[in-house]
Design a protein around this ligand. Sequence first.
Ligand SMILES: [Zn+2]
Length: 175
Amino acid sequence: MAHLPRGRALAAAADRHADGDRTEEWEAVGFNIPVAEFCKVETPVAVGPDLLAVEIDIDECVQRLRVLADAEIAEALLNQRAVSGIGNIWKSETLWACRVSPFARMASVGDEKLREIVVTARKLLRQSVASTSRSRFAVYGRRGEPCRRCGTVIEMRRQGPDARVTYWCPRCQLQ
Ligand SMILES: [Zn+2]
């Protein structure tokens, strides 16, 4: 991952092409980007169903998540090979809505609950397209504030190998 000042990212990508080191690994398109994250693309990546698509197969999403049996649920939801479209915000929001602990192992989450999680994520994602107000978040960015369901203080922890922030209510997300 490279953090470069605005403009440098594209220059770095262009340099690779200019010196003949064209490996098809890099493709950068962006305007006015403050931070660029580059990652090596391993070929070919099978991306999971897009939760924002008009029609999706919920059962396929559940099956693809099931493959990640050893993963913590919040990590699994970020895995774009299982389902695509869930970012860090909606990971936390979805699990709060479904009362599931972000640290629950996939294997401990039943099929019915997993289905509910996928359906809820899809609903929240589709709603989010219409609005960008931060105040609508139930847990994300609300560390130290009261849970809107039970009043318990919302907690935050960094989770997984990429240390992505996870917000949750320790009282009503016990599963
Ligand atoms: Zn709560």
